[in-house]
Design a protein around this ligand. Structure first.
Ligand SMILES: Nc1ncnc2c1ncn2[C@@H]1O[C@H](COP(=O)(O)OP(=O)(O)O)[C@@H](O)[C@H]1O
Ligand SMILES: [Mg+2]
Length: 406
């Protein structure tokens, strides 16, 4: 008997609580979309515009992560195109695109299967896009997913990019019917600070995907949990508890699926016959931490920098919380930082307001201190997580390389 027979025997899922763990994979396409009736109806109504000879130039599809934006939009478009020969749908995810040039190239790739070299510039890529679309069916819906990821590190102005896409010469002269559906976490006009020229070329069509409440999340998860777990191992009260907590904390279907997968793994590790509330609890924080870290890694430099200021003071072995704007200022005035990253107190206050809107910090006024009324700032999550991600953040952002010297 080889050592691998032993190894595989030892690591075989003997008393697993799972019947089919893949049912909890957020990437697996569910058979049915639950709890998004009004969004499905809104999108179906928009795409049905082809029967009246009109598709809006843009549709903004927005809402927090894990609320079914990608799934619902793709499904509606795909099902409609399958029923209408004069409608084509192309889907492009721009998450990995660092520049608007690469975003345009990604669109071209979806249309033609080939990209242009950098020397052809944005002009060359757009020419390629219009040429390709000329050969397309009468109506084309172009779904651009995670478009809010391309705003940073770019040589081009997002306004310029959108203006070309919506009102570009090549498009107008060829009379191309194109409806661009933009999926993002925030409303784009606000997020990308698009100029008024672009705003007036965009239509007002918006479809909002709110976080799931407890009932919606229960409807989304029910068929998946049913298939994922063996009969009787996920008691109804434990299931309801997990759904309730996931709805209260995140309203995010992706995270909820992960929570139940991890809770099942915990039950199996602990040799339990059933999943318990304790298995859910053990994973709530892990899921929360992963989610927060993803958010932190996506922050613009100034925002991340201010957070290092919010978590940059120590009290003994602990990170001091709350802190004041003046204290943050002191941290980000570090001589080691490049001059353009040394923010003034006013800039810090603006960033703090943003961070508060994002739910990453909490602030309040404390009137008791010796200096009178002073704003107190603290993170809404374990401040150590900021320190944990400084290194991964820095490797992605050369700008902040100086911070690494801690
Ligand atoms: N309404 C829903 N019905 C069924 N599954 C859903 C629903 N919403 C989300 N999901 C599950 O969660 C995953 C993430 O949803 P997704 O559409 O990618 O979210 P978003 O694009 O808003 O971040 C989907 O792949 C799917 O497995
Ligand atoms: Mg998505």
């Amino acid at each position: 008997m080889s050592k691998y027979d032993d190894l595989f025997a030892e690591t075989a899922p003997a008393n697993s609580v799972f019947a089919n763990k893949r049912a909890l994979d957020p990437l697996a396409d569910p058979a049915e979309i639950a709890a998004r009736d009004s969004q499905e109806r809104a999108l179906a109504t928009l795409i049905n515009g082809v029967h009246d000879g009109y598709l809006p130039p843009t549709v903004s599809i927005y809402g927090p992560p894990g609320t079914g934006k990608t799934l619902t939009t793709r499904r509606i478009c795909r099902e409609f195109a399958a029923r209408h020969d004069d409608v084509a749908v192309e889907y492009v995810n721009l998450k990995e695109c660092r520049t608007l040039f690469s975003a345009a190239n990604e669109i071209l790739f979806a249309l033609t299967g080939a990209k242009k070299g950098a020397y052809e510039g944005l002009d060359g890529v757009f020419t390629g896009i219009w040429t390709a679309l000329e050969a397309y069916p009468e109506w084309t819906v172009l779904v651009l997913d995670e478009i809010d990821h391309v705003q940073h590190d770019t040589n081009y102005d997002p306004s310029d990019f959108f203006y070309r896409l919506l009102r570009g010469e090549g498009r107008l002269s060829r009379g191309i019917e194109l409806s661009v559906w933009l999926i993002s976490n925030e409303l784009l006009e606000v997020d990308l600070r698009l100029d008024s020229r672009v705003e007036s070329a965009m239509s007002d069509e918006q479809v909002f995907f709110p976080p799931y409440d407890s009932d919606a999340l229960a409807a989304v998860l029910a068929p998946r949990l049913e298939r994922a777990f063996r009969d009787g191992v996920l008691p109804a009260d434990v299931r309801d508890y997990g759904v309730r907590e996931a709805a209260r904390r995140w309203g995010d279907a992706r995270k909820a699926l992960t929570l139940f997968r991890q809770a099942g793994e915990t039950a199996t590790d602990r040799g339990l016959e059933t999943v318990t509330d304790a298995c859910i609890d053990a994973n709530l924080e892990t899921t929360e931490r992963e989610a927060t870290i993803d958010k932190l890694l996506d922050l613009p430099e100034n925002h991340f920098l201010v957070l290092t200021g919010v978590t940059g003071w120590s009290r003994g072995t602990e990170i001091k919380q709350p802190v004041t704007t003046a204290e943050i200022h002191e941290v980000v005035q570090d001589d080691a930082l490049p001059a353009d990253l040394r923010l003034g107190e006013r800039a810090i206050r603006d960033v703090i307001t943003d961070l508060e809107t994002m739910g990453l910090v909490e602030t309040w006024i404390d009137a008791r201190g010796a200096e009178g009324r002073v704003k107190q700032i603290e993170t809404t999550f374990d401040p150590r997580w900021v320190r944990d991600v400084i290194e991964p953040y820095v490797t992605e952002s050369t700008y902040l390389a100086t911070l690494e010297t801690d």
